[in-house]
Design a protein around this ligand. Sequence first.
Ligand code: ADP
Length: 334
Amino acid sequence: ARIVDPGGADDERHFEAALRPRRLADFAGQPRVRDQLGLVLEAARRRDAPPDHVLLSGPPGLGKTSLAMIIAAELEQPIRITSGPAIQHAGDLAAILSSLAEGEVLFLDEIHRMARPAEEMLYLAMEDFRVDVVVGKGPGATAIPLELPPFTVVGATTRAGLLPAPLRDRFGFTGHLDYYAPEDLARIVARSATLLEVETTRQGIEEIAGRSRGTPRIANRLLRRVRDYAQVHAEGIVDHQASRAALELFDVDERGLDRLDRGVLDALCRRFGGGPVGLTTLAVAVGEEPDTVETVAEPYLVREGYLIRTPRGRAASPMAWEHLGLTPPVASQG
Ligand code: ADP
């Protein structure tokens, strides 16, 4: 797995859980979502009723799961955690819904990946707090309506656009999470370092924040590697020098590009004069599958403006040339 993968790995669950912000006040960055959500939750508390259902959308690693847990904590309610892919049948969802306590928070991660029949059951349950439990099979089957106590669904998705409109409409509040500014990432790294009892310097923290691709999950992971390095080489202190040396060792450059990202840009500039070049040709030059280049490396390169997708293929931007320390060819005359 790449060190700059924004998705979570199983072997870091424990580490991540320890660093999760517990309350809204500990949640750094995303001021808009924080203020909006703070208002929704406070109003619900004053009415002494569950808040509207909440949809959180945004790329992986930006804090959707953390926010769902914060919502439950702020409401002082238990949380039930499941995910779209875990709900293959409407019956799976019926079992969960019928066992929810009043006011409980139901967190549905990757909600866009839920099976269609379950989706329909969910939006009826969200609207009317009712499920139809089907008893029996075939022509003799009957649907028995079951009343549910009011509860709150918190859905998370990386692709809000993939949710069918009837389901999307059942969410009274949607919070969109965006990539974090370096100052916010620095606050997150500083907080994590305190929790991990790691000594740091301001510059050491900023170096990690600047290479984290706007993503708290990556920031926390890089901190872990720098901490290792500092323990072995720098008396445990995460300072500028230790951060730089460790991240160089793990192939994460100043702008958060790793070996694969740089390989793609390098091939594009050196072998294809900056492009445009077709995805398959580019992938062969890098020694990767086209799919890997497209889904793993490209999103960040495009987002940051290093790589441009054109109808005729992939092209390097002036920033890409500059980042590699190369001079772009002068456009031929006439
Ligand atoms: P997502 O569900 O969007 O993939 P998570 O909520 O699992 O993201 O967050 C990934 C990691 O990043 C967690 O360990 C969490 O501690 C950290 N994190 C995310 N957002 C923040 C934040 N705003 N403040 C502090 N830590 C954060």
